[in-house]
Design a protein around this ligand. Structure first.
Ligand code: SF4
Length: 391
């Protein structure tokens, strides 16, 4: 299926989504936020359409969006019809609160005519009521109710020959969400949009989302993802990408390998690692950079990195794929990493990076240090030894 020009499911990559939190009726603010979200890595953006004012803004927003848009519809199917008229690329319908099959059919008919896809968005917080239970009968488990709610609406769409379907089964409770998605994945052939709903503030919510989404992606389940944080939606996107990068599913921007520091550390590594991350983020190319606090484990732990620094007291060794290519003084750590990073980027992407633009000119003017070839064994002997003698 497609949302606008973005393919979802089949052999398409896992797609990153988020949702605006502007008042959709304020078309200008919404368009500006969508543009920022697109720059931060959103490939599809959902907008809330809670009332007629919001629905009326859809044409203007659609006309200026850089990414395909999904209208989020609850309760009132007429808002879906207006959004379709307004040129929206996809719909999210909640089967928990649009329970009249005829109204769903009306929306499906209009979506079919316009080639618009529909996400059946089940949420544990808005499930249909439980049918009357017989004496002694236990209510079904939450994941069972979620799957049933999704299947109810899938049935209506399938009856109408509509198959541009995507499904989500979001819950705050990770085991519930994982169980629901696993079951649905075994029962229908449609793409799945993964998310842990209301996951929380950025710290705990990031972990909760990564566990739930990551577990499923690792099993090959999931076609689009959204991390739902109580934060600016721009903050959700690096988390989505880090989940995908952690599983080697997709790459975007740099990957920073940084040692946690320990009693062997002889440099102020944490701010250095942050600076390296920010600098390579602003360059924006997929490259793996290791920032390690010593040469005991540094070369080994950074072997898979494209470039790395094993920092000792006052000096450090610069690595490429675990091989020392030069040693530099502490004041040149950043510029040396930039220079080596620029070489990797040129070789890999054919793109020339003006390193001086990222390091206040230091990188371009840094002296070319003599190359000191150290084997890992020599390195582990030599640099800490030097550092110890200096100390
Ligand atoms: S790289 Fe060195 S300083 Fe960093 S955690 Fe490992 S042993 Fe400690």
């Amino acid at each position: 299926m497609h949302v606008g020009d973005v393919q979802v499911g089949g052999d398409a990559p896992v797609i990153v989504q988020t949702m605006t939190n502007t008042d959709t009726a304020d078309a200008r603010a919404t368009i500006e936020q969508i543009a920022r979200l697109g720059d931060a890595g959103a490939e599809i953006v959902r907008i809330a359409v809670p009332d007629r004012r919001a629905a009326a803004a859809v044409p203007e927003i659609v006309a200026k969006t850089p990414v395909p848009l999904i209208a989020d519809i609850h309760f009132d199917h007429r808002l879906a019809l207006t959004a379709i008229e307004g040129g929206i690329h996809g719909l999210r319908l909640n089967p928990g609160n649009i329970r009249d099959a005829d109204k769903v059919r009306e929306v499906v008919k209009a979506a079919k005519e316009r080639g618009i896809s529909i996400r059946i968005g089940v949420n544990e917080g808005s499930l249909p009521p439980i049918a009357a239970l017989a004496d002694g009968e236990l209510p079904p488990a939450k994941q069972r109710r979620m799957v049933d709610a999704g299947l109810w609406e899938i049935g209506i769409l399938e009856e109408m020959g509509f198959e541009d379907i995507k499904i989500s089964l979001k819950a705050f409770d990770v085991p519930t969400m994982v169980a629901a998605y696993r079951e649905m994945a075994g029962r229908v052939p449609y793409p799945l949009h993964l998310g842990v709903t209301e996951a929380g503030t950025p710290g705990a919510g990031t972990v909760r989302s990564a566990v739930g989404i990551g577990l499923l992606l690792a099993e090959g389940i999931g076609d689009t993802i959204r991390v739902s944080l109580a934060a600016d939606p721009e903050e959700e996107l690096p988390v989505c990408w880090d989940i995908l990068k952690s599983l080697n599913i997709r790459m975007r921007g740099p990957t920073i390998v940084a040692c946690p520091t320990c009693g062997r550390i002889e440099v102020d590594l944490i701010p250095l690692a942050k600076k390296v991350e920010e600098t390579f983020k602003s360059i924006g190319k997929p490259i793996t950079v290791a920032v390690m606090g010593c040469v005991v484990n540094g070369p080994g732990e950074s072997r898979d990195a494209d470039i790395g620094l094993a920092a000792g007291k006052g000096r450090g060794a610069i690595f490429r794929k675990g091989e020392v290519v030069r040693t530099v003084s502490e004041s040149e750590f950043m510029s040396a990493l930039l220079q080596e990073g620029a070489k990797v980027i040129e070789e890999r992407y054919g793109e020339t990076i003006d390193v001086s633009a990222f390091d206040g000119g230091e990188a371009a003017s840094a002296p070319d240090d003599p190359l000191i070839a150290l084997t890992p064994a020599e390195a582990s002997e030599t640099l800490p030894g030097r550092a110890a003698r200096r100390g």
